[in-house]
Design a protein around this ligand. Structure first.
Ligand SMILES: [Zn+2]
Length: 126
């Protein structure tokens, strides 16, 4: 594959260092039994996905940012294009956020790790 890229690894469940190994063990965020199970290390390059205990507590701030960004965008779409249906914004936002929770959970963890691991192409190989 092409050189590792942080955006790609966040969106497609890949290791931020090599861009090849999977981060979560399942591809789908909607596998109810295993959607939150991570590999301890990258199966491809061996990068440590849990650098320290409690590392992913910080991911909650990323997750919060995703929710807020989504709600703002969703609200702006309603206000600009569906103003006469604004009541449906309130009715629909809760179920939509519930459905998006596993997706945001996984993206937040990948984003958080990607903030601390450099793609291998930008590192000096010894
Ligand atoms: Zn890797």
């Amino acid at each position: 594959m092409a050189k590792p890229n942080k955006i790609y690894s966040v969106l497609f469940n890949k290791c931020p260092q090599c861009g090849e190994g999977d981060f979560f063990i399942t591809k789908s965020a909607y596998n109810l039994r295993n959607f939150d199970k991570m590999n301890r290390r990258c199966p491809s390059c061996g990068a440590d996905f849990v650098p320290e205990p409690g590392f992913y507590q910080g991911a909650l701030y990323i997750s919060y940012a995703f929710y807020v960004a989504f709600m703002v965008i969703y609200f702006l779409i309603f206000v600009n294009f569906f103003k006469q249906y604004l009541d449906y914004f309130l009715v629909s936002i809760i179920p939509i956020l519930v459905v998006l929770t596993p997706l945001f959970y996984r993206m937040a963890r990948r984003t958080w790790l990607a903030l601390f691991i450099k793609p291998a192409a930008s590192e000096e190989r010894v």
